[in-house]
Design a protein. Structure first.
Length: 457
């Protein structure tokens, strides 16, 4: 567990100062390194140490700030295609601490929130309450406890002052963007990622909403052999305190380091099923796919945590994608190219250049399901997504200058497609291999046989 820190400050001035200090420090370190390399005075080990120092500064600053700042940092930790190969270990090994090991807030501060919400201290509510947090997330800290009826539970308590801190961050988006752009060497579309997070983060402040989301997913997957959703204990859950079943298993890092290829394939199948069956069968997308939100259990089962950021779509949205995937499988690429902009909610009439970009981007995302054969997710595949994303940024700027920024007609669709990069980075990180074509076909067959079958043309 990380060192103890402080509760996140809510002052916009104070948080602005932290971000400005981090941006200045990062830029200075990078400029110094560039100057030394220009004269051949920076050995490889020195370069690695310098970038490791930058990563530590990012973790210390964003991790202590919590909220929007920390959540943005979490994306940097697993969408790692922006990292130059020669310094990748420096960033990857340090930034992954933001997934669950960020600086923790003192227990006394957290207990004040618990008592404000529940009305009495944890040792009177639970048979046991462990003082040491088992995880430090972006909005709350998680503790192990035991109910008086004997069930072992995870108690997530919201950080004091986090709501005010997030409001301050929302006013500081441009400065946070500068920090992240410098921290990623200008190689990640941080502006769009920040806008995605900002559009949903205020919903995550209400744990009663998260409890409702989690219970909904638990009902949908109650009998699934691979997908495990922890039970919510409603009587112990409030707006800033959430109590759920505690799962024991391996972390994402442990799976990367210890699991066999067969185990990683089964875990990948469970992850893929949860994401794409939820979308295609139920119009639901859990929009926070980072490694700290998964617990890897035995027999290829995966426990899914954190349902504070869920996007729901009317079923006609996934049904449209199912029809277009069918056209893709049938080889009618002209029809796919024409249909994709509308299915993604692109307003008005797209230019031929926009159609070309969307077709190239989406069909690359669909490469794993294009043919009836096994496909292994890899860093090379996600680098292809990153390259296309950068092209989309350039094209988006051109469109915005010529026509104004084209807001999508269906809320959440842009978020869905951009977050697929994050999820596919998760699969690539464990190099999961499966016949994804057959797996998604199974989802579609179930739909055709069930009450939620897609409309016929």
């Amino acid at each position: 567990m990380a060192d103890e820190g402080k509760a996140p400050g809510g002052s916009r001035i104070g948080r602005t100062f932290k971000l400005a200090k981090l941006a200045t420090s990062t830029s200075a370190h990078l400029a110094k390194g560039m100057a030394r390399r220009a004269v051949g005075a920076e050995p490889g080990d020195d370069r690695l140490d310098r970038h490791r120092g930058i990563a530590h500064n990012v973790v210390d600053a964003l991790g202590s700030m919590k909220g929007l700042a920390m959540k943005a940092g979490q994306i940097l930790s697993y969408v790692d295609e922006w990292m130059p190969d020669d310094v990748r270990p420096a960033y990857r090994d340090v930034l992954r601490k933001l997934q669950a090991e960020a600086p923790k807030v003192p227990l006394a501060d957290m207990l004040n929130v618990f008592i404000d919400e529940v009305g009495e201290p944890p040792d009177e509510v639970f048979a046991e309450f462990h003082d040491e947090p088992i995880a430090a997330a972006s909005i709350g800290q998680v503790y192990r406890a035991v109910l008086k009826s004997g069930e072992e539970v995870a108690v997530k308590i919201q950080y004091p002052g986090i709501e005010k801190a997030i409001r301050a961050d929302l006013k500081n988006l441009s400065l946070l963007e500068n920090v992240l752009r410098a921290s990623t060497l200008g190689r990640l579309d941080v502006k769009q990622s920040l806008q995605d997070i900002a559009s949903k983060i205020e919903e995550e402040l209400d744990y009663t909403l998260e409890a409702t989301n989690q219970s909904r997913f638990a009902a949908l997957y109650a009998d699934h052999p691979q997908i495990v959703i922890p039970k919510i204990y409603e009587g112990y859950s409030h707006r800033r305190v959430l109590t759920s079943e505690l799962l024991h298993g391996r972390t994402y890092k442990q799976v990367q380091e210890e699991a066999s290829q067969d185990e990683r394939n089964l875990y990948g199948r469970a992850l893929y099923t949860f994401v794409f069956k939820s979308f295609h069968s139920h119009g639901l997308f859990n929009a926070d796919p980072h490694p700290g939100n998964y617990v890897f259990l035995d027999a290829g089962r995966v426990g899914f945590l954190d349902f504070g950021c869920v996007q729901a779509f009317p079923l006609n949205v996934p049904h449209a994608f199912q029809r277009i995937i069918g056209l893709h499988w049938a080889g009618d690429e002209a029809a796919v190219r024409e249909a994709l902009p509308d299915s993604l909610g692109y307003p008005g009439k797209p230019s031929e250049e926009v159609k070309d970009f969307i077709y190239d981007y989406v069909t690359h995302l669909w490469e794993p399901i294009r043919e009836d054969r096994p496909f292994r997710y890899s860093p090379e595949f996600t680098k292809g997504i990153m390259q296309r994303t950068r092209g989309g940024v350039t094209l988006g700027a051109k469109v915005a200058l010529a026509e104004g920024y084209p807001d999508t007609t269906t809320r959440g669709l842009a978020l869905l497609n951009r977050l697929q990069l994050g999820f596919m980075s998760i699969l690539a990180g464990i190099e999961a291999e499966w016949n994804w074509h057959r797996l998604i076909q199974e989802f579609f067959i179930e739909l055709e046989e069930g009450s939620e079958s897609p409309p016929q043309d």
